[in-house]
Design a protein around this ligand. Sequence first.
Ligand code: NAP
Length: 635
Amino acid sequence: MADFNGEDGYSGPATLSLSVPTLPSSASQTPEPAAPRDAPPATPRADTLDLRVTVDLRGYFQPIDGRYHWHGRIAAHDGLSAALASGRSTATISTPHGSASCEIADPDPWNRYRITGTSTPPFPSAFATGESTAAITDTPRRASLPSHTRIAIIGSGFGGLGAAIRLRQNGITDFVIFERASSVGGTWRDNTYPGCACDVPSHLYSFSFAPNPLWSRSFSRQPEIRAYLEDVTDRYALRRHLRFDTEVTDVRWDTANSRWNLRTSRGDLAADIVISAAGPLADPSLPDVPGLDGFRGEVFHSSRWNHDYDLTGKRVAVIGTGASAIQIVPEIQPRVARLTLFQRTPAWVLPRRDRRITAAERWLYRHVPPTQRVARLGIYAVRESTVGAFVKRPALLKSAQRLALQNLNTAVADPELRSKLTPSYIMGCKRILLSNDFYPALARPNVDVVASGLAKVDGSTLISQDGTAVEADVIVLATGFHAIDVPIANHVYGVDGKTLAEAWQGDMRALRGTTVAGFPNLCLVIGPNTGLGHNSMVHIIESQLRYIVDYVKTLDRFGVAALDPRPDAQERWCDDIERRMTPTVWNIGGCASWYLNAAGRNPTLWPASTIRFRRETRSIDVDEYHLVPTGGSAR
Ligand code: NAP
């Protein structure tokens, strides 16, 4: 049954009519036999076939640059898929509300076709019917900003989109999502390096409330995860809340009005609440290496991959041995002339049990959704069962170390190379990496491992800390992100006029990983001490989102303008984390990692189970907060 609720767009049946070229060799595969239940038979012609199929349409409307733009997705249809095998096409789509011509794009990973039109949409819309005519003069991408919004969300990765979905599901629709880039996806939009994939299985690395039954592999690659995030953006009607190409540059608490004043690259506005989901893996960390600026060749960071630069036949230096580097190296090794890996610290690498998800499994997940929930739960439970080893008994990780050494020994015969690649710290102290092809790639004749950090660059020569000199045409910096010195902290000014960065002084602290004393009505998604070494960050994000939704509801329930964490409550929380952190592998594992700050404290990871975090963030405890009355002081 068709469903329309104004801003959410249209969901219901539609008839798609199009002419497609006939393919003589596949005459027996023409879509006629597969014609849908209520469609008249296709009419064959000499070189084209007129096709009418009934499809399920999810349609959304956006006014862009004063023109009507609408888009939607239609489910896969056997006849249509066969007919469109040759590529894009134009068609007419009709619903009980009207007809419009549209473009059909290539299918997405789930075999659904995205259709777009630039006319009055073939379904009713609050905008199109004039209820919101002001917005038609502009676009969500370039729309003028409201002067005030209840909630400003910064970032549209998993955190920002998840927050938006959860707000909408709780009936809160007065919010704007600010995105400095031109599309959603966060780190899964930015990281397009060869081989980019997730090392957490897809069933678990996705929202529990938005499963994707059509994941193609157990560990999804970046394009599929990015497409998933685009898809949930459509599924949950978030586009009208998004402001792309809009960077939030300054966020200041306005004590007199108990709200935030935001400055953005496209104008100013006020917000009652700010949810920062800017993410810890957003801003590349470039090594402070003398001479790097003057390198004669090409230099780029793993998260800003230069796809215009062809690595074929080049001498490539890869800096770093983190999760990004080990995915890049095996992908580029076969085509480069020489690859030199600058390794400051070797990683523990376990085999990656990746496989294609079969069509039968996908059918099952699609048609019997509980089966996917069971699969998700199984993956979650296995991962969660390892938490004790990370946070209480690191010695238990020694058996996994044996597996990793076996992995190394099987792939690398050369004892000297093996010794370079063998870590001296306890596994888990740095992120455990998963790969089947990293070690084999390092054993190839065109690869060298320099077991020393990059110290200096002189012209086209890279010089390591141990004095090894290497000539290169291109440097790939797989050197990580500003994860513990998140740049957004320099732009948020709290009650005392100090920035978050000034308040933290290199030592991030928050109450329940989410709110910060002196910064009322600011919620951080993936805030201090919320990171994980053993399980999916999406689980943590969802816990935080529940806490944040309850935060918003608490404001309404108590009729107050703001909640400001009590410093003593925040300190109690941080002290407990400190106590739990003492026996963890991150503290005693014998490595230097970006999890730790200059003072040697770990402000990034959560030192307990994800179940405990969920319990601790179930709801707001108002005793932990100062309640700020409307127009009142935060203290
Ligand atoms: P990373 O883990 O921070 O690794 C940075 C690497 O650069 C480290 O090996 C570091 O060495 C090295 N490095 C820095 N300066 C150097 C220098 N001057 N010379 C030589 N090496 C230098 O960064 P990343 O690999 O981009 O990963 C960041 C995070 O992104 C990961 O922890 C993970 O959370 C996430 N990630 C996840 C996936 C996934 O599959 N889910 C994939 C990629 C990334 P040291 O070890 O000695 O410091």
